[in-house]
Design a protein around this ligand. Structure first.
Ligand code: MN
Length: 485
C-alpha cells in the first residue's frame, strides 16, 4: 500500500504540472528558484539538500492538480520558519495570498509557553484557524506531513513515535474529512509502521499471503465481470484492491478475524455514467450473489466527505467475501483528490466561491469554526476536535433519507439540533428504528432516527438535554436558548 512517489528533480515537478496547467509554470519555476536559494546549504536528516523536501511537497499537491498559488506556497512552505525569507518579501515577490498560505503552515515562534504539548496545541489551533479562511493551507500541511512520514526513518526513535502518533490522531482524520482517501490510507499505514513495527510487519505479511492466495480467483472474477459488462455495452475498467494494513489492523482490534473482513479483497469497477453504475450492479449480482445487508448506495446517499460509489459484497467461489465498489471515472477522480477537485469542479460551475460556501458542504468545517469560538483554552479546544470531530463516529439515517455523521455517544438530542435549532427546541419524541426512545438514548451506527416535534409544548425532560448532548453544536444551541428565556 505504501507507495513511493518520491521525486528528486525539479523537472519531474514541472512535467507533472505541464500535464494539466502549463500557464502556472513560470510562477512555479520562480518559486522553486527562490526556495532553493533560501534553503541553500541546508540539509535534511537523510543527507539530501533541503530543497528536496519542499519539492516533494509541491509534487504531492500537483498530483492532486492543485492551482498555482498552492504549488508555489508548497515550494515556499518552510522558508518563513527556516530561512531569512519574510512575509513581506514573499507577498511582494509572489502574492499576498501565497504569503498567507505560507504563513498558515508556519509554526508560531516566540511562543511564551512552558511545555512542548502546550506549544503543539497552540500550533494546531493556528493551522486550523488559518484554514478556516483558506482551506488550501491544510492541503499543503497534509502533503508536508505525508513527505515527512515517508522519510521518517531518518529521525530518532522518539521523534518517529511522536510524529506517528500525531499523524494518526490529527492528520489522517483530516485527510478523511477532506475526502482524500489515498492520503488517509498512506498516513495510517506509515503511522502504524512506526507505532507498532512488529505488528505492522506481521499484518503486512498476512495481507500479502492472502492477496497471493486469492490472486487467480480475483483475476477470474475480474475477467467474468468485464465480459458481462462488455456484452451489455457498459465499457469499464476494473482494478484489484486489497485493504490497507491499518484498515485490517482496525478490524482485528474490533475483534474481527482475518477471514471475517468483508472488504479485505475488493474490485473497483469504473464506468462512464451513473446509470452504468446501477446497470453494472445488476449484472454483477447475476454472476455472484450479494450479501444483502452489506449493500450501500453512496451515490444516492453520499458520505459527508462527498464520497460516492455503490458498495456491494459478493459471495465468491473461494468462500471468501469480496467487495465491489462501483463508480464513475469522475467519482473516482474526486475520491483521489478530495476537496481540491470538489473545489475546482464547483468553481467551473460557478456555484462556489468563498469559504463560507464550502462550510455548508463540509459540515465538519462548521463544527470546527464553532468550537474555535467556544473553547478558549487550546488544549480543551484540541481535545474536543480530537474526540468530537476526529474521533469515532456513527452514521445516522434521518427520515428524509439523509445520512449524517455524529460522534460516537451522540443521542437524539444531537440529531434534533443537527437538523436545526427549531427542531431541537420543539423536539418532543424520538423514534429510533421502530421504537420510541428516551432522549438520552445512545445512538448506534446505521440507526434510523425520526424526531417528532410539537408546537408550544416542551419535552418535560428538556432541562436535562444539555447533559445528554455529545456535540458542541447541540450544547451551544441549547445554552443560547436558556439565556434568552
Ligand atoms: Mn515542511
Amino acid at each position: 500500500m505504501v507507495s513511493n512517489k518520491l521525486i528528486s528533480t525539479k523537472e519531474e515537478l514541472f512535467e507533472k504540472i505541464a500535464t494539466y496547467d502549463i500557464s502556472i509554470l513560470p510562477m512555479v519555476k520562480k518559486a522553486y528558484d527562490y526556495a532553493e536559494k533560501m534553503h541553500n546549504n541546508q540539509y535534511r536528516k537523510s543527507g539530501e539538500p533541503y530543497i528536496v523536501h519542499p519539492l516533494n511537497v509541491a509534487y504531492e499537491v500537483a498530483l492532486m492538480h492543485a492551482d498555482g498559488e498552492t504549488i508555489c506556497a508548497a515550494l515556499l512552505h518552510d522558508t518563513l520558519e527556516d530561512t531569512k525569507a519574510t512575509y513581506q518579501e514573499i507577498a511582494y515577490l509572489f502574492s499576498p495570498t501565497i504569503a498567507y498560505l505560507v504563513d498558515g503552515v508556519t509554526n508560531l515562534n516566540n511562543l511564551d509557553m512552558q511545555t512542548k504539548e502546550a506549544k503543539d496545541m497552540a500550533n494546531y489551533r493556528k493551522v486550523i484557524r488559518g484554514f478556516n479562511k483558506d482551506w488550501r493551507i491544510i492541503i499543503i500541511k497534509l502533503a508536508d506531513r505525508l513527505h515527512n512520514m515517508r522519510t521518517l526513518e531518518y529521525k530518532s526513535p522518539e521523534k518517529r513515535y511522536y510524529k506517528a502518533k500525531e499523524t494518526l490522531v490529527y492528520y489522517a482524520p483530516l485527510a478523511f474529512f477532506l475526502g482524500s482517501h489515498n492520503i488517509k490510507d498512506e498516513l495510517e499505514d506509515l503511522s502504524l509502521k512506526y507505532l507498532e513495527p512488529e505488528r505492522y510487519a506481521i499484518l503486512m505479511n498476512e495481507r500479502e499471503e492472502i492477496a497471493l492466495k486469492n490472486a487467480s480467483m480475483m483475476q477470474e472474477m475480474l475477467a467474468k465481470i468485464q465480459e458481462i459488462l462488455n456484452q451489455n455495452d457498459v465499457p469499464s475498467d476494473i482494478i484489484i484492491r486489497i485493504k490497507h494494513v491499518y484498515g485490517i489492523y482496525r478490524e482485528i482490534q474490533k475483534g474481527h478475524n482475518f477471514y471475517d473482513i468483508h472488504d479485505l479483497l475488493a474490485l473497483k469497477v469504473l464506468v462512464n455514467e451513473v446509470r452504468d453504475c446501477y446497470a453494472s450492479l445488476g449484472l454483477i449480482h447475476s454472476l455472484y450473489p450479494p450479501v444483502n445487508e452489506k449493500f450501500k448506495d453512496f451515490i444516492a446517499n453520499p458520505k459527508t466527505n462527498h464520497y460516492k460509489a455503490l458498495h456491494t459484497t459478493l459471495f465468491t467461489p473461494n468462500e471468501r467475501l469480496l467487495q465491489c465498489r462501483i463508480k464513475t471515472y469522475e467519482m473516482d477522480y474526486e475520491d483521489r483528490n478530495g476537496i481540491l477537485s470538489y473545489w475546482a469542479d464547483q468553481k467551473k460551475k460557478g456555484s462556489l466561491d468563498s469559504f463560507s460556501d464550502l462550510v455548508v458542504n463540509y459540515p465538519f468545517l462548521e463544527t470546527i469554526g464553532q468550537m474555535d469560538k467556544i473553547y478558549e483554552d487550546d488544549k480543551e479546544y484540541m481535545e474536543h476536535i480530537r474526540t468530537e470531530v476526529f474521533g469515532e463516529t456513527v452514521y445516522i439515517h434521518l427520515k428524509s433519507g439523509q445520512i449524517i455523521q455524529l460522534p460516537k455517544g451522540s443521542t437524539p438530542v444531537d440529531v434534533a439540533y443537527s437538523i436545526s435549532k427549531e427542531v431541537g427546541d420543539l423536539a418532543h419524541m424520538a423514534v429510533v428504528n421502530e421504537n420510541l426512545v428516551p432522549f438520552n438514548y445512545v445512538l448506534k451506527n446505521n440507526d434510523r432516527v425520526q424526531i417528532i416535534t410539537r408546537e408550544g409544548l416542551k419535552n418535560p425532560d428538556h432541562e436535562n438535554w444539555e447533559s445528554y448532548a455529545k456535540t458542541t453544536r447541540a450544547r451551544v444551541l441549547i445554552a443560547k436558548d436558556s439565556k434568552r428565556v
